[in-house]
Design a protein around this ligand. Structure first.
Ligand code: GLU
Length: 489
């Protein structure tokens, strides 16, 4: 056994401590539904002072990739879904899985099946033709005339009579007749374990007490329970949570935002605590509370609060939750988070002066953004080199104001004794009153000249932050183009 393999737990006494797990198959990125499952498992374990484990289900060698494993670990780390202990890699435990299959065989709870693929295909074909459910018919269940040197699989000898009820903590009691479950394969003819066997053995060996996962696994639970009972192991509590649907009610797809969590971070510019808060509320509720911290969630989380209906993913809601966290976020942290975006847009690294400007303007900037992309694009004008680009709305504002007004406004600002927001505003007001203009008539073209846009944080704060030389320089640049254009017109 490798270091990542926990010792088998005592099979007779129920675990005193809650142990949950998140068990992703590394066949793609950590998607939003998986992240929510992980979060619920984490919160449930923490609420009960228990353990939250991570198991990478890489048994399917053809579909598992190292890149997917890295993406899962990275996404979990970003979201602060801190698991306890070592990551368990399922494939590394194949020998242990096989050992359990052989134990069941020896105890008479499993049997050798020599049915060939062609025979099974013929059986399926006949069932299809008769419109019967496709099930293995148990043809080797009671045979002992095993052929020599023929490959065989090991199948579970599952109960055929009666029924099984799972008291699911989200779905309620769910009953299935044993006749509907066939004898599943535990070990393939090449000696490799099936996924069903691996899950049950790993959950047992890791001491998992509560299996909280998507309701697409509910059917599996009945088969898994048959295996658990055959081994005489402690049964876990099951909680199958409804899958996430798109805002239109259809199954969640890429179009609805079913992307890897890295896309939420890198492409959408969301904060991890906002994604977490949103995922928590997606399928779980505590009264009307919307903004819920991790600490509060840990205190409140319970399976009773998990809804039975499918949750609907709503990107607008997620953005608005993100806006909330952005506004209450520490300014220095936001500067660090937008720095790479700004560096990419500017094509240069940020220096100390840039950081300083961002830090000073962040309180204003963050009021107007709901994600880091908006925040970065809103901040970009501060760091641009002269002459700064003008958008269409800004160019129009300047054109309709005309060079005389802009020049007068420039001179008024230049006359300010102190380059502070208050002093600059006083100068602009004085000019507006003297000429019987509205303050906006003076402020709007100035804003266009210094920010390159029609909207920005408060103009006088912007001027103060940019400083005298840079501000007047930008206004002169604008005047230069206006007079040039005027001359050629
Ligand atoms: N590996 C499975 C999946 O990614 C989860 C298995 C389980 O939670 O039991 O869907």
């Amino acid at each position: 056994m490798g270091a990542s393999q926990p010792a088998p737990a005592d099979t007779t006494t129920p675990a005193a401590r809650v142990v949950t797990r998140f068990a992703p198959s590394p066949t793609g990125f950590l998607h939003i539904g998986g992240a929510r499952t992980a979060l619920f498992n984490l919160l449930f374990a923490r609420h009960h002072g228990g353990e939250f484990r991570l198991r990478i289900e890489d048994t399917d060698r053809a579909r598992s990739t190292d890149a997917a494993i890295a993406a899962i670990l990275d996404g979990m780390t970003w979201l602060g879904l801190d698991w306890d202990g070592e990551v368990v890699y399922q494939f590394a435990r194949a020998a242990r899985h096989a050992e359990v299959a052989h134990q069941l065989l020896a105890a008479g709870h499993a049997y050798r099946c020599y049915a060939t693929p062609a025979e099974l295909e013929a059986l399926r074909e006949a069932q299809r033709a008769a419109k019967q459910p496709m099930r293995y018919d148990g043809r080797w269940r009671d045979r002992t005339d095993w052929p020599n040197d023929q490959p065989y699989v090991i199948r579970l000898k599952a109960p055929r009579e009666g029924q099984v009820t799972i008291e699911d903590r989200v779905q309620g009691p769910v009953t299935v007749a044993n006749a509907e479950l066939d004898d599943m394969v535990l070990l393939r003819s090449d000696g490799t374990p099936t996924y069903m066997l691996a899950v049950v053995v790993d959950d047992h060996d890791m001491g998992v007490t509560h299996v909280i996962r998507g309701d697409d696994h509910l059917n599996n639970a009945f088969r898994q329970l048959a295996l658990i009972r055959a081994m005489g192991w402690q049964e876990p509590v099951y909680a199958h949570i409804p899958l996430i649907h798109g805002s239109d009610g259809a199954k969640l797809s890429k179009r609805h935002g079913a992307l890897g969590v890295d896309a939420y971070r890198d492409e959408m510019g969301l904060l991890p605590e906002a994604v977490e808060n949103y995922l928590l509320r997606l399928g779980w509720g505590h009264g009307d509370d919307e903004i819920i911290s991790r600490a509060q969630a840990t205190e409140w989380f319970d399976l009773a609060g998990v809804g039975r209906g499918p949750a609907r993913f709503d990107m607008k809601k997620l953005e608005s939750v993100n806006g909330h966290y952005l506004r209450s976020s520490d300014d220095a942290r936001l500067v660090t988070l937008i720095a790479p975006r700004l560096a990419a847009a500017l094509g240069r690294a940020l220096g100390a002066a840039d950081q300083d400007i961002l830090q000073r303007s962040m309180a204003e900037l963050k009021k107007r953004a709901s994600n880091l992309n908006d925040l970065a694009s809103g901040a970009l004008f501060y760091l641009r080199s002269r002459p700064i680009p003008m958008d269409d709305a800004a160019a129009k504002l300047l054109a309709s104001a005309g060079p005389d007004l802009v020049l007068a406004a420039r001179d008024a600002l230049a006359a300010a004794g102190d380059w502070t927001a208050a002093a600059l505003e006083a100068e602009a007001r004085r000019l507006a009153e003297a000429r019987q203009w509205k303050l906006g008539q003076v402020a709007q073209p100035l804003r266009a000249a210094v920010t390159g846009a029609a909207q920005s944080p408060g103009l006088f704060d912007v001027l103060a932050t940019l400083g005298r030389e840079e501000s007047l320089g930008r206004i002169d640049d604008a005047l230069g183009t206006m007079t040039r254009e005027g001359a050629t017109a």
